[in-house]
Design a binder for this molecule. Sequence first.
Ligand code: SF4
Length: 233
Amino acid sequence: MLISGIQKMSLLDFPGVIAAIVFTPGCNFRCGYCHNPEFVLPERIAEIRPSFIKEEVFFNFLEKRKGVLDGVVVTGGEPTLMPDLLPFLAKLKERGFKVKLDTNGNRAGVLRAAMDAGLVDYVAMDVKTSMDEYLNLVGNLASAENLRESMKMLMAGSVPYEFRSTLIKETHTPEVIADMVALMTGAQRVALQTFRPGNTLCAKFGDYHAFSDDEMEAIRQQFLPVAGEVIMR
Ligand code: SF4
């Protein structure tokens, strides 16, 4: 599998698990606020391609960290675009690592295959905005049908998961937030993420604003009655 970067250890990205993070190149969305444009835009990917990490080098690294690392987070870009994602996840599981998959949820079939094969221990799916606003925020490749299917699958399944949303003052109006609360009603865990301006995929988002701590808490209060757990990060 193509690996565009790794983070050798994280205590924060995989709940309860000390994990390495693997980044995959390419994405089917174009979120203006994306903080990893070098893993999304083909011209930026081409620039870093010489520094891609060979799969065998990554697995050698993991072998040496056995006993220190318990898991691996596979993120992007959008990992479900990788044609050999499932065999890669299977290799991680064979080696005894727990696997967290980060996804934008647009390739519901790949998510289903990974879950059905028992290859994921935790899934973080972005729920970026209301369904009405999705195309405006992420570009026209988003499929409401696929996103809803992924959400439904996670909510009905047995794999622990979270829906995560980065909230931006200019795009997440009270109406949008209300729609998102309805969309995520019944969720096991919702993670509300504070927007960080700077190094954004689309320049205009660099001037957009984060909600204050008090505003984020007020939004969290709206989600609390409808989700099992609501965290902020
Ligand atoms: S935020 Fe995620 S889904 Fe959006 S463009 Fe960046 S990597 Fe893709």
